[in-house]
Design a binder for this molecule. Structure first.
Ligand code: SF4
Length: 339
C-alpha cells in the first residue's frame, strides 16, 4: 500500500518516472485480468437533472423542457438489443438524476436479461435514489451501479455539487450493502482542488471497498459557471489511473472519452496507464446529441473507434467480470463465468 505522501508525489511525476509508473500499472493489470479490456455499451436515457453541479451542462438551471428527452422502457430494451447484437454483455444505462428513471429502467431490466439469457451485467448510473428504489432495481436484475464521489474534499464537493459528500458516501454504502458492484470516481483539476485531495480520492475509494473507480480530467463546458476555468491536467489524470490500478489491482478502471477531448491520443494513453474498461455509445445519435453531460462537442466513442483503439494498444475486447454476481431473484443464467 502506498502512503498518502507517496501518492501525492506519484500523481505529479512525468518523463521516465511516469513511464515506469505506467509500466508497473500495466504489469498489475495484465497479471490480474490478462491483456483484456471490459467493453460496456451505454445508452443515455434522458438529458435532465435535478442537481445543479457547477461543471455540468446538464445541470438543473440548464434544463429546457422543450429539448428534453426521456427514453421509455421499450426504447431501452431496443437499445440493449443493439448492444447484444454487437457482442457486448455489459448493458449500461446512464441518466441525469431524476426520480422518473426508476420505473422505466426497472421495467426494462428483466426484458434485457431475457435477451441475453441472463448472461449480462446490467450497470446503472442514475444518480442518488431512495433505498427502496435501489432495492427495486436490484431485484429487477441490476448488477452494478456507478455513483461517483467526484472529489473527496468535503468543502469543494459542496461548492461544486451543492450537496454534501457524506450524503453521497451514504448512498454508495447503501448500494454496497444491497449487493451491487459499485463504481466511484473523481474529477481531476476542479478549480481549487489540491493534489493531496486527489490522493485522498484513491484512499477514500479504497476504504469504501468499491469495485470500480474512474478518473476524468475536468473539462470546462460552455453554459456552466466554470466555462472560463482552466481545464484539468490529463497527465495527473493518467497518473491517478495508474495509481488506482496499482493500489487496487482488482478494480475496473476505465479510460474515459474525456481524456481524448483534453489531449489527442489521451484515451489510448489511459490503457497504457493500466486502465481496463472502455465504454462504447449505443445511444441513437438523435438523442446523444442532446445528452449534454460533457458538453455539446463531447467525444462520443462508437464501435469502430473502440475496436481500432484496442488493436493499437494490443488489448482484446472482453466481457463482464460480474456475470456470476447476480441478485438472487434475477433471471438466472448458466453457472459458468468468463473468469
Ligand atoms: Fe446532474 Fe450528474 Fe450533471 Fe451533476 S454531473 S448536474 S448530478 S448529470
Amino acid at each position: 500500500m502506498l502512503t498518502r505522501r507517496e501518492l501525492v508525489h506519484l500523481l505529479t511525476v512525468h518523463g521516465d518516472e511516469q513511464e515506469e509508473l505506467f509500466a508497473e500499472a500495466r504489469r498489475v493489470r495484465d497479471r490480474v485480468f490478462g491483456p483484456r479490456v471490459v467493453v460496456r455499451g451505454v445508452t443515455e436515457l434522458n438529458n435532465v437533472c435535478r442537481v445543479n453541479c457547477e461543471y455540468c451542462p446538464m445541470r438543473r438551471e440548464n434544463t429546457r423542457e422543450n429539448e428534453a428527452f426521456h427514453l421509455t422502457a421499450d426504447e431501452l430494451v431496443e437499445s440493449a438489443r443493439r448492444v447484444h447484437d454487437a457482442g457486448v454483455d455489459v448493458v449500461f444505462f446512464q441518466a441525469g438524476e431524476v426520480p422518473q428513471t426508476t420505473a422505466p429502467v426497472s421495467e426494462a431490466i428483466p426484458r434485457v436479461r431475457e435477451i441475453f439469457d441472463g448472461r449480462v451485467e446490467v450497470l446503472l448510473n442514475l444518480g442518488n435514489k431512495r433505498r427502496d428504489e435501489y432495492e427495486r432495481l436490484r431485484e429487477a436484475g441490476a448488477t452494478s451501479y456507478i455513483l461517483k464521489h467526484e472529489t473527496s474534499d468535503p468543502a469543494l464537493n459542496l461548492a461544486m455539487r451543492h450537496e454534501s459528500l457524506d450524503s453521497r458516501l451514504n448512498h454508495m454504502r447503501a448500494l454496497l450493502d444491497l449487493g451491487f458492484k459499485v463504481g466511484t470516481g473523481g474529477i481531476v483539476g476542479l478549480p481549487g482542488q489540491s493534489v493531496e485531495s486527489i490522493a485522498d480520492d484513491i484512499l477514500l475509494a479504497t476504504d469504501l471497498g468499491v469495485h470500480m473507480c474512474s478518473f476524468s480530467p475536468f473539462v470546462p463546458a460552455p453554459g456552466t459557471p466554470l466555462e472560463h476555468s482552466a481545464r484539468g491536467s490529463s497527465e495527473v489524470t493518467l497518473n491517478a489511473i495508474a495509481l488506482s490500478r496499482i493500489v487496487n489491482p482488482g478494480w475496473l478502471v476505465p479510460s474515459v472519452s474525456a481524456l481524448e477531448k483534453t489531449t489527442g491520443g489521451g484515451q489510448l494513453r489511459g490503457f497504457l496507464a493500466g486502465a481496463n474498461v472502455m465504454t462504447v455509445n449505443f445511444t441513437l445519435p438523435v438523442h446523444s446529441d442532446r445528452y449534454l453531460i460533457y458538453g455539446k462537442d463531447r467525444f462520443v466513442v462508437r464501435r469502430d473507434y473502440a475496436r481500432e483503439l484496442l488493436r493499437r494498444v494490443d488489448l482484446e475486447p472482453a466481457g463482464s467480470v460480474f456475470l456470476d454476481e447476480q441478485p438472487a431473484r434475477a433471471v438466472p443464467g448458466p453457472a459458468t463465468g468468463t473468469r
